[in-house]
Design a protein around this ligand. Sequence first.
Ligand SMILES: NC(=O)c1ccc[n+]([C@@H]2O[C@H](COP(=O)([O-])OP(=O)(O)OC[C@H]3O[C@@H](n4cnc5c(N)ncnc54)[C@H](O)[C@@H]3O)[C@@H](O)[C@H]2O)c1
Length: 304
Amino acid sequence: MRVTVIGTGYVGTVTGACLSYLGHRVTCVDTDGSKIAKLQRGESPIYEPHLIEMLQLAARRGGIDFTTELAAAAAESDVIFIAVGTPPLPSGEANLAYLEAAARSIGAALDGSRFRVVVNKSTVPVGCGNLVETLVREGMGEGRLSGRREIRFGVASNPEFLREGCAVADSLYPDRIVVGAADEKTLEAMRELYRPLVAQRFAPPPGVPRPAALREVKLLTTTLTSAEMIKYAANAFLAMKIGFANEIANICERVGAEATEVVAGIGLDSRIGSRFLNPGVGWGGSCFGKDVHALLHTRRSSTF
Ligand SMILES: NC(=O)c1ccc[n+]([C@@H]2O[C@H](COP(=O)([O-])OP(=O)(O)OC[C@H]3O[C@@H](n4cnc5c(N)ncnc54)[C@H](O)[C@@H]3O)[C@@H](O)[C@H]2O)c1
């Protein structure tokens, strides 16, 4: 399939490289000309193990290119990913300005030549699937809409779960793929896109071996809202597990228990599991803090 990925940050660059590796024809787009120039020279804007090799291989095979021209790329594509940043505002809310600009630009670029899927990979507040659809329609422009009635597109939410530092392996061998959409045609296009990944029908790239037990990846299809909620719920749960281990370690210190023994003892319970259950400096990184705050903001601002 022909794929455009908008945003060449962590998520967009890794997604573009991996989709190309799976056999899709990918164009990566960014408004930042210096990032695009770097990628065109065969350099990566971020350091991530194995990413540069994946990008160079894709370029040699003619499976990837890089541009600042969103309109031309989107017009040629079956699937258009939005992978722009959604940094936190002081209120804890996600800043959707980049997402809004990208979605409107997609709308302005679409024509009636084929059915497209606009996929949101950015982490966005629950309910944004509908916002993306509204903004794409807005981008089509009131004036031109009458002549472009035939434009058909679907919107999907496909949250990203990669970890920085092992992003290529996480993308090629994920625990699951979550796709939310409102219609079967959109879901079918997403199943086709991810078929090689689901079936694990590709040779592992050098240095990124397939986990021995992995035969197939589960693709979970949901509503748009559930997919958006899954991303926040997963990150909040992981942050909670780390925070919990630290709180237990504090109590251990007071009562004279050995924290590492205690977390080992509870982590061996298969209902709990030992990962993300180590006392230490606490959680951080680019996503946990902002996603927990955004979820709290959603809880406060939602009516029941
Ligand atoms: N980094 C992670 O580990 C991670 C993991 C899971 C999910 N996410 C989520 O994925 C999204 C992207 O994260 P990231 O870390 O890749 O962000 P990033 O800030 O590293 O990159 C975003 C890129 O989008 C570009 N951009 C912004 N507006 C644009 C537009 N209108 N058109 C084209 N390009 C545009 C920026 O120039 C930038 O290069 C965020 O919502 C983030 O929360 C990130």
